[in-house]
Design a binder for this molecule. Structure first.
Ligand SMILES: Nc1ncnc2c1ncn2[C@@H]1O[C@H](COP(=O)(O)OP(=O)(O)OP(=O)(O)O)[C@@H](O)[C@H]1O
Ligand SMILES: [Mg+2]
Length: 203
């Protein structure tokens, strides 16, 4: 089955791009392909000059760890680990030494106003806090881009607004690039560009 058709998309550094469209339009599939978690049957994905479809599995895993952050609808934090440890994990996977990883993780948690939550486990955090920890984890390796799939889909209005503002703060202060799948029209309106999809195609 062909899920995506005729997608032609360039994401610039420092942009916040939203992807919108009805359920089943292919938004998650597109995000997974852009984020190297899934391979297209045809077509290519480039990061600068690197054709990621030509990387071997191991190279791709290393590339993903270094360059790409993910935020999902449900935080997907590891329940046995503290907020700090969850944020450190991608840095440790990327072979940072543990004191450097801890320093970086603390800096980000501090920026995200979570410094008093570092030793809490996910079950001890609110929904909004869990998503902010997930954003911190996505940021820890200074990724080129963060892909977020309905990141505020499970949050109440106040936490939604706070999370959305965080994306724009990170863009403005660190030139962080985001590609965000969302059903939230208010968020889509605030983004630099919106890609609308229907039936696997861009409108
Ligand atoms: N693993 C899979 N195997 C086969 N078909 C799939 C798979 N995942 C998704 N699809 C199909 O691909 C199409 C696009 O699905 P996708 O999950 O990308 O949609 P979406 O736009 O993210 O929808 P939603 O807003 O509900 O999350 C749908 O028709 C879906 O049924
Ligand atoms: Mg989806």
């Amino acid at each position: 089955m062909t899920v995506l058709k005729g997608i032609d998309l360039t994401i610039e550094k420092g942009e916040v791009v939203s992807i919108v469209g009805p359920s089943g339009a292919g938004k998650t599939t597109l995000l997974q392909i852009l984020g190297t978690l899934d391979k297209p049957d045809t077509g290519e994905v480039y990061y600068d000059n690197v054709n990621i479809n030509q990387l071997k599995e191991k190279e791709l895993a290393a590339f993903r760890n270094k360059n790409i952050g993910f935020v999902f609808q449900f935080h997907q934090l590891l329940p046995e680990f503290t907020a700090l440890e969850n944020v450190m994990i991608p840095a440790l996977i990327g072979h940072a030494n543990s004191s450097a990883a801890e320093k970086r993780a603390k800096e980000i948690l501090d920026f995200l106003k979570l410094s008093d939550r570092t030793s809490h486990k996910p079950a001890e955090l609110s929904g909004g806090e869990k998503q902010r920890v997930a954003v911190a984890r996505a940021l820890v390796n200074h990724p080129e881009v963060i892909f977020a799939d309905e990141p505020s889909g499970s949050l109440d209005t106040a936490n939604k607004a706070e999370l959305h503002q965080l994306f724009f703060d990170l863009r403005d202060q660190f030139h962080q690039t985001f590609v965000i799948v969302t059903h939230d029209e208010a968020l889509a309106k605030l983004t630099d560009r919106t890609v609308a999809m229907v039936d696997g195609s861009q409108l």
